[in-house]
Design a protein around this ligand. Structure first.
Ligand code: 3SK
Length: 534
């Protein structure tokens, strides 16, 4: 593939690519359709609004938005203006956002109506007086999915505007910016936050060029994405995986993308698969498993799937096989990371080996090394390293973790793998204590700290346990204070306690009450003994 030129603005590049597709539908969301011409107009209007609001090149804006067409508009409008969007998970707490506002020194917060109260609380906690820009789109046309309570619909719950708030629809009525910011291919384009086993999430800084490379190296040659595809990603746009699936890739070939604001339940997915007939569906293993178990699973003839992708955690072999037997379409299991922006190790259409993560994507080099840095032979487990042109520049204001992760050309992924003699890679767990549950990271220590704040809990230890279907679940071992008795009511109370304080994917699915935790002579919890059942 051709390298982008030195002066390169990814948003302007996409608009130029799609110039001749004005009438084609770029996006379908819960409120209707948006053509490529409308998308371009809105992106350029948003870019000029940002400049008029006083935002300057390289300043950051925090973007906590649901998946509607407004999100690609805000993301690409910011890039067009040379302003840097910091895309954040919409399921975090006000405290998490307050940290991110301070850490990124964001100059504006853009959010969706239903998230407004949480973001307003975050701004207050951050001690800043940032303005909130609110996306509250109205239905656009008859193609609207019309789901009840569509987030962002007029009068949707949670939309409590205040006098200083800005309205996105009003800003989009402004005249469009004439020219894009003349950014360099290596200029900072956007950030994503990535979780770690200790400490705060890391601000992962990406360039304009990195977006281009994920489309050129993975989406076009591996997925074979093309103009006629209709793309639907269950992973939301704020994940690196979702951003590639539902923005970078389809817009790089002029395809149509279905966006969905609500949670990715089986019923919500089935409704889009049968109504909009996507040809390319991007999911995660837990979801594929739940879909196969659902009595409402659509018949093969009711969908139009060409190919699917899976990432986030390893796809169990039987899940892939059962899915293909039912729908005919293959699931390409792959692994990527927030730092590499998208998938660098993947299965190929027609050559899928279920139970493996496939082989390196051409353009990326992959190596398995031991603790000394030496390469390990086939069949042995090693730490996975990768190098390639979409690697993030750094973790913002975190020199130690930047230096420990970005090692010259190579990036240490934190995953362990084994290579088979056939050249296929097989997942062998994480190198640190992190768990990957439903495709998202959970740091055991963060959940343990919250459990210990509960009045009944003396001590807690959290581990991952693989369930019978082969997927990771969070499990907590809890020692109660004197005077408190174990029981189902306490399991539910502790789960609710964690859910109220952390993002929902972090609560323990299983809680076991024990009288003591295994520890070293110096008092450190031995999680490995809990994992071994000892
Ligand atoms: O979880 C993954 O494997 C992944 C895939 C693509 C982009 C980002 C990530 C974390």
């Amino acid at each position: 593939p051709k390298a982008p030129p030195e002066q390169f603005n990814f948003a302007a590049h996409l608009l130029a690519l799609n110039q001749a597709r004005g009438e084609k539908v770029a996006y379908i969301d819960d409120l209707g359709t948006l053509t490529y011409a409308e998308l371009e107009h809105r992106i350029r209007s948003f870019a000029s609004s940002l400049l008029r609001l006083g935002l300057r090149r390289e300043e950051r804006i925090l973007v906590a938005m649901l998946d509607t067409v407004d999100l690609p508009v805000v993301f690409l409008g910011a890039l067009y203006a040379g302003v840097v969007p910091v895309l954040v998970n919409t399921l975090l707490t006000a405290d998490d956002y307050a940290y991110m506002i301070g850490h990124s020194r964001a100059q504006l917060v853009v959010t969706s109506g239903p998230l407004l109260d949480k973001l307003r609380a975050a701004v207050t906690t951050s001690g800043t007086s940032l303005r909130l820009l609110v996306s509250q789109p109205a239905a656009r046309d008859a193609a609207a999915d019309g789901a009840p309570g569509v987030p962002g619909a007029p009068g949707a719950p949670g939309a409590h505007g205040a006098p200083g708030d800005l309205d996105l629809d009003a800003l989009l009525a402004e005249p469009p910016a004439a020219a894009p910011a003349d950014t360099h291919v290596d200029d900072i384009a956007f950030w994503l936050y990535s979780s770690g086993s200790t400490g705060r999430p890391k601000g992962t800084v990406h360039t304009h060029g990195n977006l281009h490379w994920t489309a050129e190296l993975y989406a076009k040659p591996i997925l074979g994405i093309r103009e006629s595809d209709v793309v639907f990603s269950a992973a939301k746009l704020f994940f690196a995986y979702g951003l590639g699936n539902a923005l970078t890739f389809p817009l790089s070939v002029g395809a149509t993308t279905v966006l969905m604001a609500e949670r990715a339940t089986c019923d919500a997915i089935f409704a889009r698969l049968t109504r909009h007939k996507p040809t390319l569906f991007c999911g995660v293993p837990t979801l594929f498993l739940a879909m196969l178990a659902s009595p409402a699973l659509p018949a093969r003839a009711d969908v139009a799937l060409r190919v699917c992708t899976s990432a986030g955690e390893a796809l169990p072999q039987q899940v892939g096989e059962r899915f293909t037997a039912h729908f005919g379409a293959e699931i390409l299991d792959g692994i990527g990371s927030t730092e590499m922006l998208h998938i660098f190790l993947s299965n190929r259409p027609g050559e899928v080996v279920y139970g493996t993560t496939g082989v390196p994507v051409p353009g990326y080099d992959v190596a398995l090394r031991d603790e000394t840095g030496a390469l390990v032979p086939d069949g042995e487990i090693g730490d996975l390293y990768v190098k390639g042109p979409s690697t993030a520049l750094l973790y913002w204001r975190n020199r130690d973790k930047t230096r420990a992760t970005f090692l010259g050309d190579w990036m240490k992924t934190g995953d362990k793998y084994q290579r088979l003699p056939t050249g296929h890679y097989v997942y062998a767990g994480r190198s640190d204590d992190m768990l990957k549950v439903s495709g998202q990271y959970v740091a055991p220590v963060e959940v343990e700290i919250v459990l210990q704040e509960h009045e009944c809990v003396l001590e807690a230890a959290v581990i991952g346990k693989v369930d019978p279907s082969g997927l990771m679940r969070t499990c907590a071992f809890v020692v109660l204070r004197e005077g408190h008795a174990p029981g189902d009511h306490l399991v539910l109370a502790l789960q609710a306690f964690v859910k109220g304080r952390l993002a929902p994917h972090k609560y323990p699915r299983e809680i076991a009450f024990v009288t003591e935790l295994p520890k070293t002579a110096t008092g450190k919890i031995q999680r490995f003994r809990l994992r071994e059942g000892g």
